[in-house]
Design a protein around this ligand. Structure first.
Ligand code: B4P
Length: 193
């Protein structure tokens, strides 16, 4: 199996790129944000709980997210590998993911970060907010909360994965195709080595 995490700040293009990369390598794409949003639109208990956090731009509590992810992984097995998008977002989640994969004698192979500056991210998210209707994309204040959540809770993962020599960063600004090529370059180098 090949297990990849697409990492980055809110709006860095994780979902956009993961949808493209999954087809090239025949991976199962798990986006925790998408699963939460599906639950929100069908008004499940999980969706109603997640909505309270997502509307404010905050992360959903770890255990809720991990339980949901575990269920998603089980649904897809057996498979050729996963591309995780938006997960993990805390060190606690990263350790839980390692545990879940180890149950299948698997591990994370690569974490690929999309590097985008905060000004560009804010512009992208406000632009998306015009058509997505997503409450968390509607104001600079809310986007700033999401960026603060990233700095406080998610950024420590850079060190966590660097210490394991699994962390790679690519420029997340440019055309979709150029960014996809940068990601493919990292994956192919890893799989050919
Ligand atoms: P997510 O759904 O993960 O979404 P995101 O961070 O907003 O976006 P992403 O980086 O995927 O950007 P996208 O490709 O869409 O998270 C939303 C919320 O869910 C979180 O705030 C949190 O509350 C909750 N959540 C999710 N996972 C969680 C977890 N593990 N733990 C706790 N809570 C969790 O791209 C953004 C925009 O940029 C799009 O409009 C796109 O078209 C555009 N774009 C992409 N690439 C571009 C490019 N190269 N040039 C120009 N525009 C580009």
């Amino acid at each position: 199996m090949l297990n990849i995490i697409i990492f980055g700040k809110p709006g860095s293009g994780k979902g956009t790129q993961a949808s493209i990369i999954k087809d090239k390598y025949n991976l199962q794409h798990i986006s925790t944000g998408d699963v939460f949003r599906k639950n929100m639109s069908s008004k499940t208990d999980l969706g109603l709980l997640a909505k309270g956090y997502m509307d404010k731009g905050e992360l959903v509590p770890d255990q809720v997210t991990i339980d949901m992810l575990s269920h998603e992984i089980d649904n897809f097995l057996p498979c050729k590998g996963f591309i995780f998008d938006g997960f993990p977002r805390t060190t606690y989640q990263a350790k839980a993911l390692d545990n879940l994969l180890s149950l299948e004698s698997q591990k994370i192979d690569l974490i690929i970060a999309l590097d985008v500056d905060n000004t560009t991210l804010t512009e992208r998210l406000l632009q998306r907010g015009k058509s997505s209707g997503r409450s968390d994309d509607q104001s600079v204040e809310k986007i700033n909360i999401r960026l603060q959540e990233y700095d406080n809770k998610t950024k420590p993962l850079v060190t966590f994965y660097m210490q394991q020599n699994k962390f790679f960063s690519v420029d997340g600004i440019g055309s979709l195709q150029d960014i996809t090529s940068r990601i493919i370059h990292v994956i192919d180098k890893y799989t050919n080595d």
